[in-house]
Design a binder for this molecule. Sequence first.
Ligand SMILES: Cc1ncc(COP(=O)(O)O)c(C=O)c1O
Length: 392
Amino acid sequence: MTNTARPVRSPDKFLVFGSPLIGEEEKREVLDCLETGWLGTGPKVARFEQDFRAYKQAAFAVAMNSCTAALHLSILAADIGPGDEVITTPLTFCASVNAIMHAGAQPVLADVDPTTFNIDPVRVEAQITKRTKAILPVHFAGRPCDMDGLGMLAKKHGLQLIEDCAHAIETTYKGKHVGTFGEFGCFSFYVTKNVATGEGGMVLTPREDTANRLKILALHGMSKDAWKRFTDEGYKHYQVVECGFKYNMMDIQAALGIHQLRRVEANWRRRQEIWQIYQRAFQDLPLTLPAPPEEGTRHAYHLYTVLVDSERTGVSRDAFMGALTAENVGVGVHYRSIPVQPYYAERFGWKPRDYPNSVSIGEQTVSLPLSAKLTDEDVHDVIQAVRKTLGA
Ligand SMILES: Cc1ncc(COP(=O)(O)O)c(C=O)c1O
């Protein structure tokens, strides 16, 4: 590792990891909310739901204020609760596991495949018990899980599929959009995601009754057209039909989402291009690069992750990250394996040695900037910073 005085980028040009590309259309649409005074859940949310549903070729879409909310309510709407088990991956953001716990159910982990970083159906099957009610796969980095394998298990054992598509807006598997394989597909529009609304989420479902239940749960348990009560059609009474949550999306968020979604394919092409530039630029380095997308699938190119094995590189993952940050290139870690987090280890007694693939990935992984906002110069700087860090 070299540490010459002059960084690849100057500090005033620090490359923020996952910075979103926001256009003039988004700014105008948000301004429209501010000028009309319609800030909360209203017509723009309805339009964003409609646009997202159409893009994903799904029957129904219900907007929420996060993917965490989307996962939580999907699990509740699947009638999963105390005494039930849900199988998910240890290589995920804590929200996937927390959502299962918010619903009162027991999360169960099945380790990932070491090449795809996605949950391994063989390990899932080994974890199925009488109490298992659902599989909650995460399409890691935008690469689809083995949906044939998981779909077969769901059918064989009568399980629900609740897809965590936080990374996977543009992802398809054998021509079918992810998030439409089971009754629930959950999406995130967090700042760093491929469609960014600041905070935001969506559930896709093939069933109207499920969509209606999700809408009710997301707005205090109030009957589904509650948001219409302030229109000029006159006051409408609402009914509280169950104890719901405050998980609704605002029009200000949808104002961003509508225009982000219009550019989703153009941004995807730019990220694909950057991904391919990285793959070529790093092929001679002692790093493990992401596996190429599988035949018959479409990768969303949400994250570009490399593995830093200190025995091959002579530098630890954390030192590698520190060096890139010193070069003014922001990086991320997706993710340290769930069982190494103290809360879960204490609460469930999960042992890292039982999830060796995710633990090993979690100790070596680094995500490099992969945003449509990156200029050619930014991409060049990332490459230079990585090569300099490894003395290449
Ligand atoms: C895999 C995964 N699941 C769930 C979430 C939660 O999304 P949100 O922040 O929209 O609640 C994230 C967010 O980073 C994620 O990466």
